[in-house]
Write a protein that binds this ligand. Sequence first.
Ligand code: HEM
Length: 116
Amino acid sequence: SDDFKAFGGKEGLTTIVDTAFEHILNDQRINSFFQETDNEFIKEQLVLQFCDVLDGPCKYDGASMKDSHVGLNIKREHFNALVEAVRKSMHTHNVPFASQNRFLAKLAPMHADIIE
Ligand code: HEM
């Protein structure tokens, strides 16, 4: 898709996820969630999922958003902080604003399965 290209394809997405994860690990509001997790695995899954969401040539086959976040007690403020990290990274890597917004509009409804 054009949006997948705007993110720089699979390679661009990998860079964007890496940078977003650096922001996450530096953010006191949410980094405690990622202290005992396999963050390399999570990053790989995020690249696959984002590629899928952007109609790229990938199929996300990981756990559902409900199953992977249940019991973590994630609140809206945590969700917003994570989205902010992704947004900052997309900005840094020059993803056009319209593509950013279409992408974030697809992530937003996932809050229903992630926030408790
Ligand atoms: C739109 C927002 C989000 C998306 C798209 C997303 C996506 C994902 C994906 C794809 C995985 C890997 C699932 C798997 O295959 O096992 C995952 C795991 C995880 N996510 Fe999220 N996530 C989001 C929001 C959040 C938030 C707000 C937090 C906490 C601040 C969070 C914390 C975690 C943790 C701790 C794991 C690892 C769980 C485990 O290893 O048991 N996520 N997420």
